[in-house]
Design a protein around this ligand. Structure first.
Ligand SMILES: Nc1nc2c(ncn2[C@@H]2O[C@H](COP(=O)(O)OP(=O)(O)OP(=O)(O)O)[C@@H](O)[C@H]2O)c(=O)[nH]1
Ligand SMILES: [Mg+2]
Length: 458
């Protein structure tokens, strides 16, 4: 049976070879269990909190590893419980044996996210901060890590609490009005509350609106380089990366499989997908390649359609364009081979396709900066990435959306002169939806589900 009061243990550092492996023990018996496996020269049984001690991990008389031990006394620890950390040597064996030893003495293996869940349950952090811990671990860009760090410090939670305070104040006034239902008092209270509610609505809407951007920074985008064979898709990939990532040749149908490469464009993580040229072909492998190209286009946030300016426009170019368009993703056209004699001009392309066109010569790496800049703008929008607080989590976005709806209903009721108590129900709902973000009003099952997605040892 898994209990909240068990003493749990797990490796906090990544498994595998490394300088050190940190094992964490948390719970009421942390100190006692640690004392049975970790021995200092002076055989001490008490450890001053937050001091590091040199010692050995031993199983009876067998030496397992030299280690450092630190005690964090409740509530001044990550979890809010008694915590003991053992810093063993890196590598798999010492850590594994030490963990087994801890379990023999009564610690149980922690579940994924259980340390952080305990931190939440003991009030060490709100749930949005706990979620930020996972975001920080999985961050793909500096900006993503920065946003997670800010959220971990409680920036989002403080802002939500402030919004809830505003609502509580308004509700207190309204409830006073409900107690004394004289008509003009109700009207006056509604009149006072409305401007504040409109301001609050705007504030929540702005935060909700930041999600698009937050998602971009957190997850990045996929960009497919697509086009018919031999137009220079792989050459473009290589030009972007400044090195040979994909095979380039003058034989049409060189690329068969989708090649994906990570790129960081002004803090926006991009996954570039170089694809097989699209054409009707009898070659079985090439046909599979074309299928994969279609999948890559389906999954892309932006499609870069590569055209060859040294040849006239062909039916296959139009087919790829039509395929990309029907996915709904914005298309950017790279008119390649600008160094050769031009058979297909920018004007002609603009006439045929509804997409921005950038002239490039992938072989000579010209026009690439402008292409990337345009791509960036298409992905993040005119205003660029904002410096202010953004939300990055779809769960938060959903709660904010629900809060906005309730708030809107409440405002509509007040404006229509409906009873204060009707409006107050909506405002209570809005308050509760806001509380889901910090975890204050979440039920246990949802809390469990949030932590299940964490990695082991966190
Ligand atoms: N002159 C010139 N040649 C280019 C340019 N870009 C690519 N090429 C040449 O065009 C040919 C095809 O290039 P790739 O990059 O392999 O074309 P691809 O679109 O990936 O082709 P597939 O993988 O077969 O679909 C190669 O011989 C390249 O050197 C360019 O800007 N100028
Ligand atoms: Mg290729």
């Amino acid at each position: 049976m898994i209990g909240q009061n068990d003493t749990i243990c797990a490796q906090a550092t990544a498994a595998g070879n490394g300088g050190i492996a940190i094992l964490r023990i948390s719970g009421p018996r942390a100190l006692e269990i640690a004392g049975q496996v970790f021995f200092t020269k002076k055989q001490r049984k008490t450890f001053k909190p937050r001091y590091m001690y040199l010692g050995e991990v031993r199983s009876q008389d067998t030496l397992i590893d030299g280690a450092l031990g630190v005690y964090f006394k409740a509530p001044h620890s990550y979890t809010g419980e008694d915590v003991f950390e053992l810093h063993c040597h890196g590598g798999v064996m010492a850590a594994k044996q030490t963990l087994e030893l801890l379990m023999q003495h009564g610690a149980r293996p922690a579940q994924p996210g259980e340390f952080t869940k305990r931190a939440f349950l003991h009030g060490k952090m709100d749930i949005s901060a706990a979620e930020a811990v996972a975001d920080q671990i999985g961050a793909l860009s500096e900006k993503g890590a920065q946003m997670a760090a800010r959220q971990m410090q409680g920036e989002l939670a403080n802002s939500i609490l402030d919004m809830q305070r505003t609502l509580t104040d308004i509700l207190a006034e309204m409830e006073a009005g409900i107690e004394y239902p004289e008509d003009d008092l109700e009207l006056q209270i509604a009149g006072d509350a409305l401007p504040q509610l409109h301001a609050l609505y705007a504030r929540i809407a702005a935060l909700h609106g930041s999600f698009r951007q937050g998602k971009l920074i957190r997850e990045g985008i996929r960009v497919a380089l697509a086009g018919r064979p031999n137009v220079g898709k792989s050459s473009l990939l290589n030009a972007i990366f400044g090195e040979d990532r994909a095979i380039v040749s003058n034989i049409p149908g060189t690329t068969r499989d989708v090649i994906s490469e990570h790129y960081m464009l002004n803090s926006l993580p991009i996954m570039f997908l170089d694809t097989a040229g699209v054409r009707d072909t009898r070659d079985v492998i090439e046909r599979i390649g074309v299928e994969r190209t279609h999948q890559a286009i389906d999954s892309a946030a932006v499609v870069v359609l590569v055209l060859d300016s040294s040849e006239s426009l062909q039916q296959e170019d139009e087919q790829v364009y039509a395929y990309a368009k029907q996915t709904g993703a914005p298309v950017l056209i790279a008119l390649n081979k600008a160094d050769l004699q031009v058979k297909l001009t920018k004007e002609q392309v603009e006439k045929n396709f509804d997409a921005p066109v950038i002239e490039i010569a992938a072989l000579h790496r010209t026009g690439i900066d402008l292409l990337l800049e345009t791509l960036y703008q298409m992905a993040v929008g005119d205003q660029g990435l904002q410096e202010g607080m953004v939300i990055t989590n779809s769960r938060h976005a959903f709660s904010l959306q629900c809060a906005l709806q309730s708030l809107q209903d409440g405002i509509a009721a007040l404006e229509a002169g409906i009873d204060l108590d009707c409006a107050s129900i909506d405002l209570h709902d809005a308050w509760r939806y806001l509380g889901e973000i910090t975890g204050q009003t979440l039920d246990e099952q949802i809390i469990d589900r949030i932590f299940e997605k964490f990695c082991l040892g966190k």
